[in-house]
Design a binder for this molecule. Structure first.
Ligand code: HEC
Ligand code: HEC
Ligand code: HEC
Ligand code: HEC
Length: 197
């Protein structure tokens, strides 16, 4: 009798231990996969050339989004700052009130040494530490199955296509310089993609 109860308890323990193990595996894999901001240098490697990722980087580099830290320096955009009652002689380059919209992924987990100044790719396309990997972003794999690979990238944190909500994290009335934001119009102004066939 005793030994039977013992055996029962024993198997219960095995089941319970199994659940604990499973829970730990789930938690650790969730942790391993939670995406962090990688910084534009990581995207530049492939997105500068058509035969690697595409030619988005050189277009972005010339855009205003790539230079928004300049605006926080003293003596820059003086008239606009005066009109918005922002001190044109003050240095705002370390001011959290401004940085949350003039950098990428402000206050969110980032890879070591990631340079996240200005409005980079990941501000619109999502944190890239997982989807930037060659297991996902491979020209060969996308040529074989673009739809499947896109689904994998999205699962790994990629936002595609970026929506109006993504823009309105910054283009909102918390900005001292807020101008009405018409998505379709503004989207056309940041074009770095090919026309859809
Ligand atoms: C190892 C090279 C490589 C790296 C690094 C890389 N990409 Fe890509 N990326 C690709 C390739 C290849 C494709 C597929 C292009 C195609 O359609 O043929 C792609 C596709 C994309 C797409 C389009 C997805 C779609 O739905 O069409 C986006 C957006 C993107 N990458 C953003 C990024 C961002 C942001 C980073 C940096 C965090 C990055 N990539 C890093 C190679 C790379
Ligand atoms: C809620 C996000 C947000 C915050 C906070 C923010 N900005 Fe901006 N800033 C923007 C956006 C978005 C624009 C572009 C506005 C547009 O064109 O619609 C902008 C534009 C600007 C411009 C250009 C204005 C012009 O008309 O040329 C300056 C200068 C600027 N910001 C400085 C600052 C300073 C200084 C602070 C902090 C005191 C700050 N911003 C805080 C989002 C923000
Ligand atoms: C301000 C937001 C924003 C930034 C910054 C941005 N993108 Fe995009 N990206 C978009 C939008 C919006 C689309 C269009 C999606 C659609 O098809 O509707 C797009 C499309 C793309 C595509 C699809 C290309 C194609 O031909 O279909 C790629 C690849 C891409 N972006 C890569 C990048 C890379 C790399 C960077 C940085 C160098 C970057 N993007 C910066 C918003 C952004
Ligand atoms: C992380 C904050 C941030 C996000 C996200 C963001 N923007 Fe901006 N955007 C800015 C700031 C700051 C400026 C001011 C640039 C300047 O005046 O020099 C700006 C300026 C612009 C401009 C005017 C300059 C130009 O390039 O012609 C357009 C258009 C624009 N954004 C479109 C978009 C769209 C579309 C999205 C979403 C797909 C988006 N932005 C997402 C911060 C952001």
């Amino acid at each position: 009798m005793r030994s039977r109860v013992g055996a029962r308890l024993g198997s219960l323990c095995v089941v319970a231990a199994g659940f604990v193990f499973l829970a730990l595996v789930l938690v650790s894999s969730a942790n391993a996969k939670s995406p962090e901001y990688a910084g534009v240098e990581k995207c530049k490697r492939c997105h500068s050339r058509a035969n690697l990722g595409g030619e988005e980087y050189p277009i972005w580099e010339k855009s205003k989004h790539a230079k928004v830290m300049e605006l926080l320096k003293p003596g820059v955009a003086v008239e606009a700052k005066k009109a918005a009652k922002v001190d044109p002689q003050k240095d705002y380059t370390k001011d959290e009130k401004c940085l949350k919209c003039h950098t990428t992924g402000w206050g969110k987990p980032a890879e070591a040494k990631a340079d996240l100044l200005n409005v980079q790719c990941e501000a619109c396309h999502g944190p890239g530490s997982e989807y930037r990997k060659t297991t996902i972003m491979s020209k060969k794999k996308w040529q074989e199955d673009a739809k499947g690979m896109r689904a994998k990238a999205v699962e790994a944190g990629m936002i595609m296509p970026p929506t109006e909500e993504q823009c309105k994290q910054c283009h909102n009335s918390d900005s001292p310089f807020y101008k009405e934001f018409k998505f379709a119009e503004r989207k056309a102004q940041i074009k770095h993609w090919k026309e859809k066939q």
